[in-house]
Ligand binder design. Sequence first.
Ligand SMILES: NC(=O)c1ccc[n+]([C@@H]2O[C@H](COP(=O)([O-])OP(=O)(O)OC[C@H]3O[C@@H](n4cnc5c(N)ncnc54)[C@H](OP(=O)(O)O)[C@@H]3O)[C@@H](O)[C@H]2O)c1
Length: 270
Amino acid sequence: MTQSSKLLRDALHGKWALVTGASAGIGLALAEQLATGGANLVLTARRQDRLEAIALRLQGQYGIETKIVPADLADTAAPEQLFAATEGTGLAVEVLINNAGFGYYGRFAEGDAERQRRMVEVNCGAVVHLTRLFLPRMMERRRGHVMIVASTASYQPVPYMSTYAATKVFDRFLAEGLAQEVAEYGIKVSALCPGPTESEFHEIAGTRSQFGKGRQSAEQVARRGLEGLVRGEHWVIPYGAGKGIVLMERFLPRRFVSGMAARVFRPKAG
Ligand SMILES: NC(=O)c1ccc[n+]([C@@H]2O[C@H](COP(=O)([O-])OP(=O)(O)OC[C@H]3O[C@@H](n4cnc5c(N)ncnc54)[C@H](OP(=O)(O)O)[C@@H]3O)[C@@H](O)[C@H]2O)c1
């Protein structure tokens, strides 16, 4: 067993973890890594058929217990439904992984207003609501882990993905603030901040051309994120170049950085 596997196993074995956005990409990879560590899984996303297949496979492969709760997190009633289906039935969620989210690329003023509103709800509203529901139970038990998947997009404005980047800075600040608030209860909170990662994200957001090459695998991102969470890191950038860029940007005027980003992201004519 590698040192990393032992770390995850010691922290997670036998605990129930709720993973949002578990039907694809980073969420699926997080579920798989949690299963490797022996955690039992509550899996949620909208695509029930995928959740059923994933749950069956992980149960067979890792000998864990699973439960699926399909839900649309743009629906403000969904977090309560997830809480009722878990803590409400006596299933203690000791690891909460707020991963579900999506992006939207294009000129803000021309973009689909309803899609942007739903993005804020899924990326931010549902994260606040779920965390507010599950955290007090963790505080009573004086243990727990909460991950909020943010992004390297949370370290600077991203023109033409302005709303998305704003949701992700919200996520990172929420995680970093809560990490301080609940440390005294033995609860670890971490913001996972991936850069461009292999998943369905870019196709859905419409960003394929900007990030065609050099994406990190979802497995690497998930593994590094979970290691950071159990070690008590308040934020994790899962690749070296991303850490370097974020560090460099601290010493540059913000307007210069957002101007550079505008040049990279500006939609091509035609
Ligand atoms: N990929 C990247 O380059 C990258 C970089 C930085 C941060 N991130 C962040 O990583 C997280 C995961 O994204 P990903 O890259 O893994 O993308 P992905 O492959 O598109 O997966 C997104 C997941 O979120 C779920 N989801 C989307 N809308 C939902 C809704 N309304 N209700 C419930 N679940 C919903 C999807 O499931 P259903 O469609 O089945 O509902 C899916 O499981 C997101 O928060 C994203 O912002 C991604």
